[in-house]
Design a protein. Structure first.
Length: 451
């Protein structure tokens, strides 16, 4: 049974019809992506091609994506087990079809790129970026995969990314809204060392969202979704996007995406950023950029320019911030903010450059994408951004306090293997490798620490 909260919200926005509602109540196809950087990629392609219930996703480039209906997938136990083994060995990846789109818009073919994935877990998009860089013969790229959730960062991301065997990848744990300023040092012609801010060429901001675009995969959202939760994410998403644009190089590209269909998490965030940054950024035409990559069979919809903001205390909606009572503006730390409402007509036409993917159009999940190019780098104050109203945060610790930490000796086999793989000389005296072993005696992680 469809949730009244969700259906009422999207009917009020004019975004829900019978065909979309029917589609949202059907299970999502199972999708796998073949890792073409592995030598067995062609062999796996042939195996999937011969399976009657598996069909190639023809709109995606590279002949590397297949899908199967969920019933057939569940019934074929032996092939399901084989696919699971291939997924663990990183020859394929289970990945929702629309989540394949953001990395395509990053334009990763240019040489020596520095790339930041601000909200990387579970890592599928990061891996697709790595494969794209590898296929483009990128040898000197740098890819930072950042994740705020301790458990996913310390367990899942390393588990996935170490399969790719790439020396150009760094994993960091931190809040994307507060990603630190980085600096680089260069020698000038006179041999003097100059320090300057390090800015990224490409940034992916696949931000936390209400996830209503994943209803087909996560039907429990029908019961848990609320206007209040979606409203509470808006300022968080706004701050992540703003931080990303601050760290972007001139002429650099940032892709903002959510698996939500909610305009307050999507177009409202984009319009506020366009207003705030002015002419220093532009919202690129993602439609045209994807049309040059995908086949015409994949249906894309434009971003919307009008929407309503729900009154979370009742079933009513506001069309402008002036309609919001003063008392409601102050409740819960300012849960309803002016930035949630449609922008002035000045740059509204750029919202049509954004992409909406509706589940019933391509038999996928719901998705939103906006692509930005930075025209000039400048400092922007963020004092006018309201604090986000967020659910209670979980503990940052993702490790067992009973785990054991010890320094690796200079002649330890693990340390020597690390030095061989990364072609490292002897570490400076003030740096050491700290190993972490769980209560079963298995090594979980190695960190570089200073004395």
């Amino acid at each position: 049974m469809a949730s009244t909260k969700i259906t009422e919200f999207y009917i009020a926005q004019g975004l829900l019809d019978d065909s979309l509602l029917a589609c949202l109540q059907q299970e999502l196809p199972v999708v796998v992506r073949i890792n073409k950087t592995r030598s067995c990629g062609d062999q796996i392609y042939e195996i999937l091609s011969r399976k009657a219930n598996w069909h190639e996703v023809s709109w995606f480039p590279g002949q590397c994506v297949f899908q199967c209906d969920p019933i057939s997938f569940a019934e074929d136990e032996s092939f399901k087990k084989w696919l699971s083994e291939q997924n663990k060995s990183y020859t394929i990846r289970f990945q929702e079809a629309v989540s394949l789109l953001p990395p395509l818009l990053l334009d990763l073919a240019n040489p020596n790129l520095s790339v930041l994935d601000m909200c990387a877990a579970p890592g599928s998009k990061t891996l697709l970026c790595m494969e794209s860089l590898s296929q483009a013969k990128q040898e000197n790229y740098c890819l930072i995969a950042n994740e705020v959730d301790a458990r996913r960062c310390q367990r899942l991301l390393p588990l996935i990314l170490r399969r790719a065997c790439s020396t150009g990848v760094v994993i960091t744990m931190g809040d994307a809204r507060k990603f630190p300023v980085l600096f680089s040092q260069e020698k000038n012609s006179e041999g003097e060392i100059n320090t300057k801010q390090f800015l990224f060429d490409r940034i992916l901001a696949d931000v936390p969202c209400s996830g209503d675009g994943t209803l087909r995969k996560n039907p429990e959202i029908w019961d848990t979704w609320s206007n209040e939760y979606a409203l509470g994410l808006h300022c968080k998403q706004l701050r992540i996007l703003q931080r990303g644009l601050h760290m972007l190089q001139e002429n650099g590209i940032l892709v903002y995406s959510t698996c939500s269909m909610n305009p307050i998490e999507n177009e409202a965030v984009v319009s506020t950023i366009l207003k705030k940054f002015g002419e220093s950024i532009e919202c690129l035409d993602s439609h045209q950029r994807l049309r040059n990559i995908l086949t015409d069979s994949f249906q894309l919809s434009e971003g919307v320019s009008n929407w309503k903001v729900p009154n979370y205390t009742s079933n009513s909606f506001f069309t402008s911030y002036e309609d919001v009572p003063e008392q409601l503006r102050k409740q819960k730390g300012g849960l309803i903010t002016e930035s949630m409402f449609p922008c002035t007509p000045t740059r509204c036409e750029e919202l049509s450059h954004c992409i909406r993917v509706y589940p019933h159009a391509n038999n996928t999940g719901g998705f939103f994408i906006a692509t930005f190019r930075k025209r000039s780098h400048r400092i922007t104050e963020d004092s006018d951004l309201h604090p986000a109203y967020l659910p209670k945060q979980i503990s940052w610790r993702g490790r067992n306090p009973n785990n054991v930490w010890s320094l690796l000796k200079d002649d330890s086999e693990v340390r020597l293997e690390i030095e061989r793989f990364y072609e490292l000389r002897k570490l400076p005296d003030h740096l050491h490798l700290l190993s972490e072993h769980n209560i079963k005696g298995n090594m979980n992680m190695i960190s570089v620490v200073s004395s």
